[in-house]
Design a protein around this ligand. Structure first.
Ligand SMILES: Nc1ncnc2c1ncn2[C@@H]1O[C@H](COP(=O)(O)OP(=O)(O)OP(=O)(O)O)[C@@H](O)[C@H]1O
Length: 537
């Protein structure tokens, strides 16, 4: 049994976990996992998809009982047999798959299931004040306590679940992919809260597949691989590269994908605020227009804007939460109608086809990979294989029955492409780790071989090493002639992958940036609606 070296800081130990193991049937989710957390530290728990992070967190929060292992809290041996035991210690967890009731209000969700110990004697006013304070502390001041949860965006729901955890007395906050739906601004505010909590001597354990978050926040890091702790220590002694190598158990190549060289000719001139759609007359195959959004405005008061996406091009969509980029992706995918303007698909050798906002664009060769796998994407009652097959089946219905054997063949083809870790394709999708569920969603749409691939934050929950491989895959698909539209909350991801980035502010296009000539500051400035000239760019 390995025990990680104690971080050299002087702060007292808060939590010491060692020798943890847990099986689910044939799967060993944890095998000799350990973690040591000090008071007043922010601790990153890193690991590839399926390495056991969520299972370890579930043990800490009393949701899963370990088969073996010891836990010490402030030096005392403890058992956390049920969630209320974790609450009494002061361990508060924000789970990856957020548990909430869509029909209940924000306020009701925040206090739902509160242990009676904390709830007894609380007045409605005190509950309202507590909920408001928690939301304000993490910068979610715009969220209305009376709103039913289903009316909120995915990011707002994530903020509510975080508020729910910090509204209770806590000493150790555990965030499992707690920032994956947040935009850059919301993330900054949350980090500010965690940093001020650290100053008060409270600790945080967080999992994130974003190395920039680990770099920025973590005082210490624990790395899991195949359920075991394979590296641990102060962040100052663990570089990002060492963490990535420990996660993979092998040397990992640096960024495997980058946008095409800056010789790309599709610059702002093609698409900028010019509303004339006839200007793009390139006949070169690589410049063939695959999709035109002509004079599109998302809301009646926004100016119309024309964007053309070329075969072989990756166009990024950026914006702070709720600025129109999501609606725009859905308009391109034919899932909603714009306030004005038209979207047209141009396929080689076929007449142009108009994309209507009725949600039947698969027939036009458009694939849309949604963001919220829980409500928009996956069918949790079905198996991994059935979830993979849904899009293929829908398309193939027109050409006759697609044989089960053929589906399995396609599935096996895509498992290595997205690096899916699955024991048995017949197992329910809910038993896969979050990142692996995301990969099934991605594989489902890739297998339809679309002409236009529209991705809504596709790397959410996908581990850093796999992400690099998927970046390479997207670049290869684009080089093969696919037109790719990528909505992402990660500015670095957009800069790495895109040829151009369309930035949204207040439901309108605020800038179209040539990614090769732009920095993250340019993108963030445009997200806040600042004209580039104002930034001296
Ligand atoms: N209830 C369950 N039944 C069967 N297998 C399970 C169950 N819960 C977890 N597993 C398996 O345990 C392993 C570890 O999963 P876990 O969710 O802890 O990984 P993770 O590191 O959190 O991954 P991710 O980064 O994708 O969230 C995976 O192989 C997963 O499929």
């Amino acid at each position: 049994m390995t025990r990680p070296p104690d971080p050299p800081q002087a702060e007292p130990l808060l939590l010491e976990v060692s020798g943890l193991s847990r099986r689910f049937g044939a799967t060993r989710a944890l095998a000799d996992a350990s973690i040591t957390v000090r008071s007043g530290e922010i601790h990153a728990l890193a690991g590839e998809n399926g390495s056991g992070k969520t299972t370890l967190i579930k043990v800490l929060s009393g949701v899963v009982r370990p088969d073996a292992g010891t836990l010490r809290w402030r030096g005392e041996a403890v058992r956390i047999g049920k969630p209320s035991a974790a609450q009494v210690l002061g361990i508060s967890t924000v789970f990856q798959e957020t548990l909430y009731s869509p029909e209940l209000t924000v306020l009701e969700n925040i206090w739902m299931g509160t242990d009676r110990v904390f709830r007894r004697g609380r007045s409605r006013t005190a509950e309202r004040d507590g909920a408001r304070e928690a939301l304000d502390a993490i910068g979610a001041d715009g969220v209305d306590l009376r709103a039913p949860l289903w009316t909120l965006s995915l990011a707002q729901r994530q903020l509510v679940t975080i508020a729910r955890s910090i509204a209770r007395p806590w000493q150790l906050l555990v965030l499992d992919e707690g920032t994956s739906a947040l935009d850059a601004d919301q993330r900054d505010r949350l980090f500010g809260y965690l940093e001020s909590s650290r100053l008060q001597g409270r600790s945080t354990v967080f999992t994130s597949h974003r190395m920039d978050e680990v770099e920025r926040l973590a005082d210490s890091v624990t790395v899991l691989r195949l359920g075991a702790t394979v590296a641990a220590g102060p962040k100052s002694e663990l570089s990002a590269r060492r963490i990535l190598v420990a996660m993979a158990g092998r040397d990992v190549s640096a960024v495997t994908a980058s946008r095409r060289p800056a010789t790309n000719t599709h610059t702002d001139a093609d698409t900028d605020t010019d509303t004339d759609t006839d200007t793009d007359t390139d006949t070169d195959a690589a410049s063939r227009v695959a999709l035109t959004a002509a004079d599109v405005s998302l809301v009646p008061e926004a100016p119309p804007h024309t964007v053309q996406v070329h075969a072989g091009e990756i166009v990024g969509l950026a914006g702070l939460e709720g600025q129109g980029q999501l609606e725009y992706a859905q308009v391109l995918a034919g899932l909603r109608a714009p306030a004005s303007g038209t979207v047209t698909v141009h396929r080689e050798g076929q007449p142009d086809r108009r994309v209507h906002g009725f949600g039947r664009s698969g027939d036009l060769g458009i694939a849309y990979v949604p963001r919220d796998r829980k409500t928009e994407g996956l069918f949790f009652a079905l198996s991994v294989l059935d979830n993979f097959a849904t899009a293929l089946l829908r398309r193939q219905q027109r050409f006759g029955v697609l044989r089960r054997r053929e589906i399995r063949r396609r599935f096996d083809e895509y498992v290595p492409v997205v690096r899916l870790k699955v024991h048995d394709p017949g197992q329910p999708i809910g038993t896969l780790s979050g990142g692996n569920q995301q990969k099934v969603l991605l594989a489902r749409w890739l297998a339809t071989d679309p002409a236009v691939l529209i991705l809504n934050d596709p790397m959410r929950g996908v581990d850093a090493n796999t992400k690099q491989e998927l970046y390479g895959l997207l670049r290869t698909l684009a080089d093969g002639g696919m037109a790719v539209v990528l909505l992402s909350t990660e500015v670095l991801e957009l800069l790495t992958l895109s040829d151009r980035i369309v930035v949204f502010h207040r439901s309108a296009v605020s800038a179209v940036l040539d990614a090769a000539a732009s920095t993250d500051t340019d993108v963030v400035a445009a997200m806040f609606g600042h004209a580039l000239e104002d930034q001296g760019a």
